[in-house]
Ligand binder design. Structure first.
Ligand SMILES: [Zn+2]
Ligand SMILES: [Zn+2]
Length: 286
């Protein structure tokens, strides 16, 4: 199923908007829209070989209160795009409009496979206080996976780089939290080196979030490039996710994939590169 990823050779200064992607027979191709890039010959000697990602672990359903598709619509879209596995990651209860604790207990109602796509039941927990998350360990243990990240309006108490960094380090020391979402968000500045060293120590995945390049968290790009480079330097597990809030953007990963590849991250470091690697990273059964 895995095919060679035909990535274009955009450089660090080029915007991800200079290319778009399309799917043909289940394979993701890049369509270059900038004539300058079309003329440039890819230098594959300097780029590690990457393949097509077949999972997306950060997807919001209508239950988040600010997203627009159902589980069924999302799974159907994932199936049409040839994904093997998706992760439902609705926000934890501290975000206004997000589902309450009992919702997460009930995720077991969702079939393990929908439209031929494996569906994992997870959460994007909100970091609260000085480094807690907004679901108890008792509930987190019942889920397939938990991600956590900084969000506005959730009762997070930190105000500066030191407090944000300490909060992330505290969250990463919770072994039930397997990934940190969009750490490049400039609204919550962190000490990149301290956070990445702790991620390496705890084995927590650092997410490079596609939406940060195309629709959300303006100003994230340079932070994400630096974080991806540090993932490479410190051999930190990486997740590449869409952060889709509507079915049509499920599996849109190209901009993040390009940044990760340019940063020198090894393909084997990308924990959600396939269903098999994802399940292995999360300690789940095939
Ligand atoms: Zn988020
Ligand atoms: Zn999200």
């Amino acid at each position: 199923m895995a095919r060679t990823f035909q990535a274009c050779q955009a450089t660090a200064s080029e915007s991800p908007s200079s290319f778009s992607s399309f799917l043909l027979a289940g394979v993701c191709y890049i369509r270059l829209t900038d004539p300058e890039l079309i003329c440039r010959k890819p230098d594959d000697d300097q780029m590690k070989p990457f393949e097509r990602l077949t999972t997306d672990l950060h997807i919001h359903t209508i239950s988040s209160g600010h997203a627009f598709s159902t589980v069924n619509e999302i799974a159907l879209e994932a199936s049409n795009k040839g994904l093997e596995l998706i992760g439902l990651a609705d926000h934890g209860p501290a975000l206004p409009g997000a589902p309450q604790r009992f919702f997460f207990v009930c995720l077991g109602f969702i079939p393990e496979t929908l439209h031929g796509v494996r569906v994992l039941r997870g959460v994007e927990a909100n970091i609260i206080g000085k480094g807690g998350v907004d679901l108890s360990d008792t509930i987190l243990k019942q889920l397939d996976f938990a991600l956590a990240g900084f969000h506005d309006y959730c009762g997070y108490a930190g105000t500066d780089v030191d407090e944000n960094t300490q909060a992330l380090i505290t969250v990463m020391r919770n072994p039930l939290v397997r990934g940190i979402t969009h750490p490049g968000n400039p609204k919550f500045p962190i000490d990149h080196i301290a956070v990445l060293k702790e991620a390496a120590k705890t084995g927590t995945a650092i997410e490079i979030n596609n939406a940060s390049f195309v629709s959300s968290r303006k100003g994230s790009v340079e932070n994400c490039r630096e974080i991806a480079a540090l993932c490479s330097r410190y051999d930190v597990p990486v997740m590449i996710n869409s952060d889709a809030h509507i079915a049509q953007t499920v599996g849109e990963l190209d901009a993040a994939l390009q940044v990760v590849r340019e940063a020198g991250v090894e393909w084997e470091q990308v924990v959600n590169r396939s269903m098999e690697s994802t399940l292995q990273f999360l300690g789940l059964e095939h």
